[in-house]
Design a protein around this ligand. Structure first.
Ligand code: B12
Ligand code: SF4
Ligand code: SF4
Length: 380
């Protein structure tokens, strides 16, 4: 490793990144082909912004930065220990990466500091572009080739020190840096994540069907969660960690030390009933500078209804009954489904009472179906 490369790594670690690697700005042909195939097979359906054009850019760094020569690839751990329980009552689950502050803002700000430090070292402003998740860049492919980690069969990049509990970021630059080598590690014969994914979303090693992934269904999807998927979502209300929780590599992962990623409020085990009560302003206040904002209030409340239906605690009946008169049809529809799934007499009574006054076709259909599935008469 050259002097400048060592300096970059020292600086990145000093700034708070846990793993750092360097690779060339050459294209990622295997990944481009895989991603284009995935789109053609409908496995990326639902992500309207994930286009073939984006895939081409994401896998050809020179299209993103003119004269690009190198990529500095960083990983930051968000593995901050066990959840701290919140209020009593039914609780759900939020993916670990969203327990603390929003990583996009934090990591981008740190990568800007890295670029500033780098410019100071070389004595001129380095040409660069920063990516953390939200731009057209293939973060995992860069991390793999830079030796930051290897692809697990659940398609997450696993680092030797912090497992897959890391978020990835990149600086593409015109500096000519000496690249690191990819790691020679693999999952071996393990298939735990494939077997344990509750929705069967890992359709082959390294291949996710986005439309079945709970992370997509609870974060990215706008509109109704397909009815057949709802029981499989379990108690996840934002994202899903099952394929990482079961991974043996993650059992040995070091804890992350970033204070900003420590659990806020009760995000590690959120009390669900209060979440159903939030209005827009309260939602914004509670989830300020949190990745959870992305689900939007209506999306989160939709997910909370599904989780409450799956948890099966009858203490949720009054809150779900109240949600039957929420202004948004999506919330009403999923509250109706949850009440039907709880199946108790009181829950079904609320459903029957709501039907005559319901004007939205999809909600009416959900109420009628939920009642008939529970063996209850549709009209009183
Ligand atoms: C779209 C997206 C999603 C979608 C689709 C998931 C997916 N697998 O692609 C959804 C919403 C479902 C999602 C979920 C999650 N995501 Co996401 N997501 C992205 C995003 C924006 C693009 C990823 C992408 O291009 N996918 C397209 C497919 C084709 O790529 P792929 O699944 O990675 O598959 C690659 C391999 O198959 C490889 N490949 C092909 N052939 C072969 C053969 C061999 C032998 C090997 C080894 C590899 C290999 O090529 C493919 C392309 O690189 C990236 C950020 C970014 N800009 O890169 C974050 C990103 C991948 N997500 C991230 C995270 C944290 C998650 C979740 C863990 C969040 C959660 N807890 O809910 C889950 C994990 C679900 C899972 N098992 O993948 C992190 C991953 C960090 C890591 N350690 O890997 C990223 C990198 C964001 C970031 N900057 O940190 N995500
Ligand atoms: S995040 Fe959850 S639903 Fe998605 S692949 Fe992993 S285990 Fe399956
Ligand atoms: S659970 Fe096993 S197969 Fe899946 S990523 Fe971890 S080591 Fe690889």
């Amino acid at each position: 490793m050259g002097k400048l490369e060592q300096l970059i790594k020292d600086l990145a670690k000093e700034i708070g990144f846990d793993v750092v690697g360097i690779t060339t700005a050459d294209p990622f042909p295997r990944d481009e082909e895989a991603a284009l195939d995935r789109i053609s097979q409908g496995l990326m359906d639902g992500l309207h912004w994930y286009t073939k054009e984006r895939v081409r850019k994401a896998n050809r760094p020179a299209l993103l930065v003119e004269g690009a020569r190198s990529i500095i690839s960083v990983a930051m751990s968000y593995n901050t220990g066990d959840p701290i329980p919140g209020e009593p009552g039914p609780t759900g689950k939020i993916a670990r990466y969203a327990w603390g502050d929003d990583y996009h803002t934090l990591m981008k700000e740190r990568l800007r500091r890295l670029v500033e430090g780098l410019s100071e070292q070389v004595g001129y402003p380095v040409k660069s572009r920063i990516f953390v998740d939200d731009g057209p860049m293939n973060d995992r492919a860069a991390a793999e080739r830079a030796g930051v980690g290897w692809f697990g069969k659940n398609s997450n990049v696993l680092t030797p020190s912090h497992g897959s509990w890391v978020l990835l970021g990149q600086v593409i630059t015109d500096l000519d840096l000496k690249p690191d080598l990819p790691l020679k590690k693999t999952c071996g014969a393990c298939v735990r994540c494939i077997d344990d994914c509750p929705t069967g979303a890992i359709v082959a090693p390294f291949v996710i069907d986005n439309t079945r992934c709970i992370s997509f269904l609870t974060i990215e999807l706008r509109g109704a969660i397909p009815r057949e998927m709802r029981p499989l979502v379990g108690d996840w209300v934002f994202g899903c960690d099952i394929c990482q929780d079961v991974c043996p590599v993650n059992r040995k992962a070091a804890l992350g030390v970033e204070p900003a990623f420590q659990q806020r409020h009760d995000f590690g085990a959120p009390a669900l009933l209060p979440l159903l009560e939030l209005n827009d302003e309260e939602f914004r206040a509670r989830f300020r500078n949190s990745a959870i904002k992305r689900a939007k209030r209506v999306g989160l409340q939709r997910n909370v209804c599904v989780a409450l239906g799956n948890i099966g605690d009858l203490a949720a009946v009054p809150a779900l009954a109240k949600a039957l008169s929420a202004p948004e049809p999506i919330v009403r529809e999923h509250a109706a489904w949850a009440l039907g799934r709880l199946g108790a007499d009181a829950a079904l009574l609320f459903l029957r009472d709501a039907l005559p006054g319901e004007t939205d076709e999809a909600v009416r259909a959900e109420i009628a179906l939920s009642l008939s599935e529970a063996g209850a008469p549709v009209s009183s």
